[in-house]
Design a protein around this ligand. Structure first.
Ligand code: AMP
Length: 296
């Protein structure tokens, strides 16, 4: 049954609790000739997510979003439990940004054909899942590809919106979309604080001092960008520039690396680079942060 998020006032945005209801709604939109733009999220929304919704709204007849903290992409149960959640605030944000429908789900409702959700067949992340995230979070990008595949099948979007902040994820999702034949994947720029710190749902788990310390992540990317501008073209030299920024820091670097985004490699690309993306993952206490920057 389709339900409004606020049954009393029945405002414009639909809030559905089940992916199959979402599927009916999306099918109905397409049957009346409307294109569906889709923004998948794990909630705890911030201005980064808002930018995706704004773009989806402006480029499609209708816009829908999902909020689902996907257990398949967490290798650590504690991290999954600690992930921030604030559904009421999220609904207000989505409604304010003109989202037409938001849906939630459970593993059981996303995979109704699977008897035991501990046995969901995982889809391998594919060639862009190699290296970096794979080494630090084994299985994470497989979990992303598995759920995004399912989300796309329920929603059938014309366009789907992802943030460049999760760079390796965008490559995996674009590869998935190519394999499925839809949707068009739109990669949106990373929204940052004035300090350069990338907005992230996980930032809410940082103390003010930790947040200040986390600014080093962007400083490190900026150092690589500066070195690139002055002619440095080798991945390992650019990485050294990035790592220098963490001297004396409490941040624990999981990886600091440079890759050619148009010729993805698990390891450092050899020789001089013509295209480059600097990528970082670091931990501050129990909070894991990632960011990246195109070097040009
Ligand atoms: P999440 O809820 O963290 O899974 O993110 C949902 C989508 O929002 C993903 O496509 C993210 O890449 C994107 N996103 C997260 N943070 C930002 C940001 N600071 N700027 C732009 N997009 C973002």
């Amino acid at each position: 049954m389709l339900q409004c998020s606020m049954s009393y006032f029945c405002l414009a945005m639909l809030h559905l609790r089940n992916p199959s209801d979402a599927q009916h709604w999306c099918n109905a939109q397409r049957e009346t000739g409307r294109s569906v733009g889709f923004v998948p999220t794990m909630g705890a929304l911030h201005r980064g997510h808002e930018s995706l919704v704004d773009r989806a709204r402006s480029e499609n007849d209708v816009c829908c979003a999902s909020i689902f903290v996907n257990p398949l992409q967490f290798e650590d149960g504690q991290d999954f439990n600690a992930y921030p959640r604030d559904l009421n605030a999220d609904l207000a944000v989505l409604e304010a940004h003109g989202c037409d429908m938001i849906f939630e789900g459970t593993l059981e409702s996303f995979f109704p054909e699977v008897e035991d959700v501990r046995r969901i067949p995982m889809i391998p992340a594919g060639p862009f899942g190699k290296g970096l995230e794979e080494l630090c979070r084994p299985g994470h990008l497989d979990g992303v590809r598995t759920i995004v595949d399912r989300l796309f099948r329920f929603v059938g979007p014309a366009k789907a919106y992802f943030g460049e902040k999760d760079f390796q994820q965008t490559l995996v999702v674009m590869d998935l979309a190519e394999a499925l034949g839809y949707p068009e994947v739109i990669v949106c720029p990373t929204v940052r604080e004035p300090s350069g710190l990338a907005l992230s749902s996980r930032n809410t788990l940082l103390s003010p001092d930790e947040k200040k310390e986390a600014e080093r992540i962007f400083q490190s990317l900026a150092a690589a960008a500066k070195a690139w501008s002055s002619g440095m073209r080798h991945a390992h030299l650019l990485r050294e520039k990035m790592i220098e920024q963490f001297a004396g820091s409490q941040l624990i670097i999981e990886y600091a690396a440079v890759r050619n985004p148009s010729a993805w490699t698990a390891d450092d690309p050899p020789g001089e680079l013509s295209h480059a993306q600097a990528l970082i993952a670091a931990r501050l206490g129990r909070v894991r942060l990632i960011d990246n920057l195109q070097l040009h």
